[in-house]
Write a protein that binds this ligand. Structure first.
Ligand SMILES: [Zn+2]
Length: 218
């Protein structure tokens, strides 16, 4: 797919999420879970035109999940991977991590135009969402943690948005595997920087408006 192509089509057309992610064949059990999660995500919102990327089980050993971005790995190397070793007995959490990585895909291809993460580049379309996130208590926690660890990870915009997107998806699909996965990941400590329900309310509303403006909500 040529990302520099028909911008008008990009901005107005609606596509299905399950056309953007191609799970398997690394692990058939994970593939079934991923497909169910994609159906649920697709019920929550649609998307603009995205290149189809694979979802595999090849995340680096210590990572729960991983997005290999286009701006670093090129079109053929762009993919989402889940951490196979980490998920022995934890498959229930897969949809939560999938949703997190899918945000990075959306962030790079929709708002970053394939050249980086739109949120990291302060894309004007994401300004309201980021402003809502920065007013939360959880953002203060993330900033302090980065200061303590001398790195820019917890409060990096694309990471904040990815954590927020996976929480928003769980909230908007309360009876599905996305919500079950979210609560399981928080309980296990694999989701260590999520928001309390109260703290998250303005962020969820900002996501609603962001996707409504794109015409992606049902
Ligand atoms: Zn991430």
């Amino acid at each position: 797919m040529d990302l520099s192509g028909d911008t008008a089509k990009w901005l107005t057309a609606q596509y299905h999420i399950y056309d953007a992610l191609n799970p398997g064949p690394d692990n058939p059990a994970h593939t079934a879970i991923i497909k169910q999660a994609l159906v649920e995500l697709n019920d929550i919102h649609q998307i603009g035109l995205l290149p189809t990327i694979p979802v595999g089980d090849r995340a680096p050993k210590d990572d729960l999940s991983f997005y290999s971005p286009r701006h670093l790995h090129g079109p053929a190397g762009t993919r989402i991977d889940l951490g196979a070793a980490t998920f022995q007995g934890k498959q229930i959490e897969l949809p939560f991590h999938l949703a997190h990585e899918f945000w990075h895909d959306l962030d790079e291809h929709i708002w970053g135009r394939g050249t980086g993460f739109g949120s990291d580049k302060q894309s004007p379309a994401l300004r309201e969402l980021l402003a809502a996130i920065k007013k939360t208590r959880q953002y203060q926690w993330a900033k302090e943690k980065d200061l303590l660890e001398h790195r820019r990870y917890w409060a990096r915009p694309t990471e904040l948005c990815a954590r927020a997107y996976s929480q928003w998806a769980a909230l908007r699909s309360p009876s599905g595997t996305l919500a079950t996965a979210f609560h399981a990941a928080v309980a296990s400590g694999h989701a260590s920087s999520q928001w309390t329900a109260d703290d998250f309310k303005p962020v969820a509303a900002a996501f609603d408006r962001l996707f409504a403006r794109k015409g992606w909500l049902p």
